[in-house]
Design a protein. Structure first.
Lengths: 640, 309
């Protein structure tokens, strides 16, 4: 009989004590995972997290206590673990895994990498690093009661990016600016407004009425004319919101009247918009205040769960503008505030502004609690889901280290038992997708865009970084001369940023070679020129499922929110017999079907992503170069 | 009528609202209030007990009593994360107390060092829920029965290496609610957008559906007669572990003593399900339950994990 160390074979126990593993993330899953690894006998663990501890973490990130709020998660996690296992060799990094210091060589130090992340960008990045280093990766995520674990191994399984993941839903500009129909549109508007007034102004976050709204025009030529006019003619173009606000000294009442009266009245003149919709009703500051001050309703609910009346939100608006105004003043000239759901005046502002707008557009108003959920992309979270998932991660890890790779599975944790009474449903892993734009041998994509209207900067930020997950792209044109379009070295190609692709001779059929040397990733981008892209759509990836049109979110998509957040997945309704080795089975059926061979595969694919791309710009995070990390402190999942 | 713990209709403090925010957003404020009014007993503070303690304390129950009468050894200490390294020889519950309390100062955590077998019936009556780990079959059956009379929820569980079980008894008539999304027909009076005619599911609007379910007692569960037609027909959906663990439940064995063996010879035909329980060096056979297992389908017991080889 084999020698045992507890329930483990000695050989396995030995390899546990000598192997080195990397845990990416020290949050909900991370804390449970670190505890599990150490108690199982792993000795050499490195953990990295860029975040600091927040009070809302304490309901589940049990390695942290109230006194640790504000400190580095990775650091405190390490210290807490050492208290019950002083012999563990733990290295903690308070840093972003996307920092170029953590290159392929760094990853090669480990026998195994385990993700405990909450955002897509980092998952994509770690996926590529593990492919480049050829190290097995265990990917996982949770949202509410749901969770998922899977194993990624180069050449043997699908990588994280083999299957297209639904992108974060965005709303068309005219919906946000002119014709909101749901509270979420108003909330997105309010967040844009915050940035326009107090933060970094962004051309994609306009809040004023959109005169170029195609729906507003009585004939197409008219719309086109207006669009051109507002692009080019300074007279029609309004002065920037921030400049205007500054000129009034950020007077809350003037601001209120402009946003909720004047601009609304302007919208009313675009009468075509209101033929089939209920027209907005402008608000008047003086009128509202005559209604008297807001009654405090004492209930047994949370204070934040109360829905105020319009006068309450008007007061909140005034108060928060005044507070933010002084915050701005304190920071000095050229200062910008960054929106953070946990910063009370910032959250108050969005609550107030969005509710006032909801009121204008005759929608039922929402409590601060609900607005915070939507604005901050909060994913509800509890300790036990993370505990289960972290347990499963270790079980998969043991299989890998025991060279039992054939035993590895994707495992789903559901909310309700399936017809076979299982809450945990394992599925066989799928082989790599031969046309994956990341792990195929020569990845390539085709992108449709307008070469005369797409700037080099947009190619870099929106296409290569945001869409294709590169962190530091280098791009050259395959024009026989190898013209360098974008260099990842700072400053080298800055002059190109505001030029259009066509300025470099890029046209229909051109090829670009994009490299991210950190990720050891080369992507061939084939360009198709098109002048017929939908409004607000800058590019399309050929072969992607089309984005949902401006229509209201389809029922099963649930909370499709501009700033991210896929809602929690629905439990599997697949009638597919998932792999269950421990059932009392007919002796013949040893076969464990791969999920891809089942004709109910599609229902498996529909399993929702619990990708919580929350909107976060909290100053506690290290700022990443690219677009706002969109992270909540949540562990969200999402694989599929 | 929903079978609930009395939720004190007090206001949740700002501190609680901030700390429990993420879970209130999942299970709602009412559920949090009920948790906040519950007193729970946890028996056994080894690996499993520590996990249960952590999860209950983080959830924010009113009080948790940690009960364990045994002393910490190096082995038992290394199985869990609440006991300090210098606590060998101390009582498990007492040694775990401080760090358990640190998990959430808002919960009243206590230690009790007496053996659970010696506790009188009324000891259990002070709790809303009782969690029993590493307990003998007889004790669990006794506690389950006396708790039933007071509508106290009972949860039993144990772990043997890679195997484990959990049993819950929420009573013969357990009332609960299920949250279902509300389908909104037609248009909101609010806003008649062009697509307003489609019924939408508003993700923020849900409706609570009342349900009732009946749990069997532990005694009944352990005394199922597998020779009946009804039992036979359900056999396909029952994992082999179930029978293994019945043996384990009857007599607590350590992980190293418990193995499942592959039975390669022809499985069809009636056969006593046999478990080999082997320690290091000695072997005993024991029939599982008292009944021969029926047979329409062969029953295969597999090696659960190669590490047992």
């Amino acid at each position: 009989m084999a020698e045992l160390v507890g329930p483990l074979r000695k050989q396995l126990a030995d390899s546990l004590s000598s192997c080195r593993v990397l845990v990416v993330g020290a949050g909900g899953i991370g804390c449970e995972l670190l505890k599990n690894l150490v108690l199982t006998g792993f000795k050499n663990i490195e953990v990295i997290d860029l975040d600091t501890i927040d009070v809302s973490n304490l309901n589940r990130q049990f390695l942290f206590q109230k006194k640790h709020v504000g400190k580095s998660k990775a650091q405190v996690a390490k210290e807490s673990v050492l208290r019950f296992c002083p012999s563990a060799n733990i290295t903690a990094y308070h840093d972003s895994i996307m920092n170029p210091d953590y290159n392929v060589e760094f990853f090669r130090n480990f026998q195994l990498v385990m993700n405990a992340l909450d955002n897509r960008a980092a998952r994509n990045h770690v996926n590529r690093m593990c492919l480049a280093a050829d190290i097995p990766l265990i990917e996982s995520g949770t949202a509410g009661y749901l969770g998922q674990v899977t194993v990624i191994k180069k050449g043997q399984t699908e990588c994280y990016e083999c299957q297209p993941k639904p992108t974060q839903k965005t709303f068309p500009g005219c919906t946000i600016r002119n014709t909101p129909s749901e509270p979420i549109h108003c909330i997105v508007w309010a967040k844009y407004l915050f940035n326009q007034l107090f933060g970094e102004e962004d051309a994609d976050q306009e809040v004023s009425p959109d005169t170029a709204d195609p729906e507003a025009a009585w004939n197409p030529a008219d719309a086109a004319a207006r669009a051109t006019a507002s692009d080019q003619d300074g007279d029609i173009k309004r002065v920037s919101t921030k400049e205007w606000a500054r000129s009034t000294g950020y007077d809350p009442i003037k601001l209120f009247n402009k946003l909720f009266k004047d601009d609304i009245m302007y919208l009313l003149t675009m009468d075509k918009l209101w033929k089939k919709r209920k027209a907005p009703l402008p608000l008047e500051w003086e009128e509202i205040n005559q209604l008297g001050s807001q009654e405090q309703v004492i209930g047994s609910g949370l204070k934040d769960q109360q829905v105020l009346g319009v006068q309450g939100y008007a007061q909140l608006f005034q108060h928060s503008v005044e507070t933010l105004r002084s915050q701005l003043k304190e920071k000095g000239d050229g200062a910008e505030l960054v929106w953070d759901k946990d910063d009370p005046p910032a959250m108050d502002f969005v609550t107030a502004a969005s509710n006032l707008r909801m009121n204008v557009f005759s929608m039922n108003m929402k409590s601060r609690f609900d607005v915070k959920s939507m604005a901050g992309n909060i994913i509800p979270a509890i300790a036990t889901t993370n505990a289960v998932i972290a347990g499963l991660i270790v079980l998969e890890a043991l299989k890998i280290l025991n060279s039992d790779f054939e035993q590895c599975r994707t495992i789903f944790l559901n909310k309700q038992p399936n017809p076979r009474k299982k809450l945990l449903v394992p599925c066989a892993l799928d082989p790599p997708n031969a046309s994956c734009y990341v792990c195929a041998s020569k990845p390539e994509v085709t992108v449709k865009l307008n070469v005369h209207k797409t700037m080099v900067q947009a190619l870099q930020d929106k296409i290569l970084k945001e869409k294709f997950g590169m962190v530091a792209p280098d791009v050259q044109i395959e024009d026989g001369k190898g013209t360098i379009l974008i260099s990842s070295e700072e400053g080298e190609t800055e002059a190109n940023n505001n030029k259009f692709l066509s300025d470099f001779g890029i046209r229909n059929g051109s090829h670009l070679q994009a490299d991210d040397f950190l990720q050891d990733y080369t992507l061939l981008v084939n360009v198709i020129h098109s002048e017929e892209l939908e409004k607000d759509v800058e590019f399309e990836v050929v072969g992607d499922a089309p984005d949902k049109a401006p229509a209201p979110s389809a029922p099963e998509e649930g909370k499709n929110i501009a700033n991210g957040n896929k809602d929690s997945a629905q439990p599997s309704t697949s009638s597919k017999a998932a792999v269950e080795d421990d059932d009392v089975l007919l002796v013949d059926s040893d076969e464990e079907p791969s999920s891809s061979t089942m004709d109910t595969e599609s229902s498996n694919r529909k399993r929702k992503h619990h990708d919580a791309e929350t909107d976060d710009a909290s100053s506690k995070r290290k700022r990443l170069d690219q677009q706002p990390a969109d992270d909540d402190d949540e562990d969200i999942i999402a694989l599929d | 009528m929903i079978d609930t713990i009395e939720k004190e209709d007090t206001i949740i403090s700002e501190e609680e609202a901030a700390q429990y925010d993420r879970q209130i957003r999942l299970w709602g404020l009412d559920a949090q209030k009920r948790l906040r009014g519950s007193r729970v007993l946890l028996v056994g503070l080894r690996g499993l007990g520590a996990e249960v303690a952590k999860n209950l304390i983080l959830a924010g129950v009113k009080g948790l009593t940690l009960l364990d009468h045994e002393q910490v050894t190096e082995e038992s200490r290394r199985a869990q994360f609440l006991i300090p390294v210098d606590a060998d020889g101390q009582n498990h519950a007492q040694a775990s107390l401080e760090r358990a309390q640190f998990l959430n100062p808002m919960v009243e955590v206590k230690a009790d060092t007496e053996p659970v077998e010696s506790k009188p019936d009324d000891f259990f009556f002070q709790f809303d829920a009782v969690c029993l780990t590493r307990c003998s079959r007889d004790l669990m059956v006794r506690v389950d029965q006396l708790c039933a009379s007071r509508n106290i929820k009972v949860f039993c569980g144990d772990v043997y290496g890679y195997n484990g079980y959990m049993f819950s008894d929420l009573g013969q008539e357990y009332h609960y609610v299920e949250e279902k999304p509300k389908v909104v027909k037609g248009s909101n009076e609010a806003n008649d957008g062009p697509e307003a005619k489609k019924p939408k599911i508003d993700p923020n609007e849900t409706t609570m559906v009342k349900k009732t379910i009946s749990f069997c007692s532990l005694k009944e569960a352990l005394e199922v007669d597998w020779t009946t037609e009804k039992a036979k027909s359900s056999l396909k959906r029952i994992p082999a572990d179930y029978f293994l663990l019945q043996g384990a439940v009857s007599e607590r064995c350590s992980a190293q003593e418990l193995f499942l063996l592959r039975r390669p010879e022809g499985q069809r035909g009636g056969r006593l399900l046999q478990l080999q329980i082997s320690g290091l060096g000695r072997t005993q056979s024991r029939a599982c339950g008292a009944h021969p297992l029926p047979v329409a389908a062969g029953i295969k017991i597999c090696l659960l994990d190669d590490t047992f080889a």
